[in-house]
Design a protein around this ligand. Structure first.
Ligand code: ADP
Length: 324
């Protein structure tokens, strides 16, 4: 391994910059060249590369987003596109790459490795924490803090008006953000895709909550939850069945993807970035670096893509107990 490419791909998340910085500096430490690949796989196809040294990544550890930009590349899903990408990498002397992204980005990396025998390593970067083989993905911790901050503010206004708020949070098909931020922000109910609560149980629970003296309520709804078709239909249903409630909806949206990464995400990004480069230098390929029981571990990309990251049912129980 002489020249490592680094790219960010798919949905962005806080901590990606810290990971880029770690990859670039680890390359410098181990005396191999590093090249930034802009706009994910699309930049690979267009040859949008820039040589990067340690000073090119100064003052970015605290920045959200990604200095390399991210993109979704339709062309990379075609053999033609990947051939072009391979040609550009070889022409630039790049002999391996580290991709920071989610399962889509890992799938692309795996296919590319299979086709060209090109060494690749993945770093899990997504706020959704929906990747198997790591307890935490980059940006998840920061997103949780952003969400509890927002819910704390919503609770202030909910209290003043005796309102019921449905707060929709991100997470795709996984309820990690909803469950953890819901517990952290003291939500009355948390609706996640992994557990079908049923509308009747929700109404019962809200009635009990009102009966026990609560004057306002926060219900955190994961975007992938299937209980209502969407959060606005949920609102309509509750208004019909509980006319005593003044119901509001707040969809937090893309603010959850931004912001300065938490210390946890910065440290995680630094550890994963260094390990990604070390793994390539050991001659290994097709792994995702991740965090398990506070150790940095390797998981075959294929498993990381196919495996299911599981919600901890103990947390669901804790949420039931502490919200009563
Ligand atoms: P994420 O990495 O956050 O899951 P996407 O699913 O959008 O985001 O994937 C990011 C990029 O990875 C896609 O835009 C595409 O370029 C590449 N990719 C995803 N799936 C495939 C695939 N089956 N074959 C080749 N490339 C893929």
């Amino acid at each position: 391994i002489q020249k490592v490419g680094v790219l960010t791909s798919g949905g962005d998340s806080p901590g990606m910059n810290a990971a880029i910085r770690a990859v670039v500096r680890a390359c410098a430490y181990y005396n191999v060249d590093c090249v930034g690949i802009y706009r994910g796989y699309q930049g690979m196809i267009e040859g949008d590369f820039k040589e990067m040294g340690p000073r090119d990544v100064k003052n970015i550890i605290n920045k959200g987003g990604t200095i390399l930009k991210s993109a979704r590349s339709v062309d990379f899903k075609t053999k033609e596109g990947r051939k072009k990408a391979y040609h550009n990498l070889v022409t630039a002397g790049i002999d391996s790459f580290v991709v920071i992204g989610g399962d889509g980005s890992f799938t692309g990396a795996e296919i590319f490795n299979e086709e060209f025998g090109f060494p690749v390593i993945g770093i899990p970067g997504t706020i959704d924490n929906d990747i198997y083989g790591t307890s935490y993905t980059l940006g998840y911790d920061t997103a949780l803090n952003t969400v509890i901050d927002a819910i704390d503010k919503i609770r202030d206004t909910a209290n003043s008006h005796n309102r019921l708020f449905f707060v929709e949070v991100m997470g795709r098909d996984a309820g990690h953000i909803a469950l953890n931020a819901g517990i952290g922000a003291g939500a009355e109910e948390i609706l996640i895709p992994e557990e079908d609560f049923g509308l009747d149980r929700l109404v019962d629970s809200l009635k009990r909550s009102k009966g026990s003296g609560k004057t306002s309520s926060i219900v955190v709804v994961s975007e992938g939850d299937k209980i209502g078709k969407n959060v606005f239909e949920l609102k309509d249903y509750i208004e019909e069945n509980m006319p005593e409630y003044d119901v509001r909806v707040s969809v937090l949206g893309h603010m959850q993807r931004g912001g300065s990464p938490s210390c946890f995400d910065r440290v995680l990004a630094s550890r994963l970035g260094v390990k990604a480069v070390e793994t390539l230098l050991e001659g290994k390929s097709n792994y995702m670096v991740g965090l398990n029981e506070d150790k940095i571990t390797l998981t075959p990309l294929e498993q990381a893509i196919k495996g299911q990251s599981k919600i901890d049912m103990e947390l669901v129980k804790v949420s039931d107990i502490v919200s009563s």
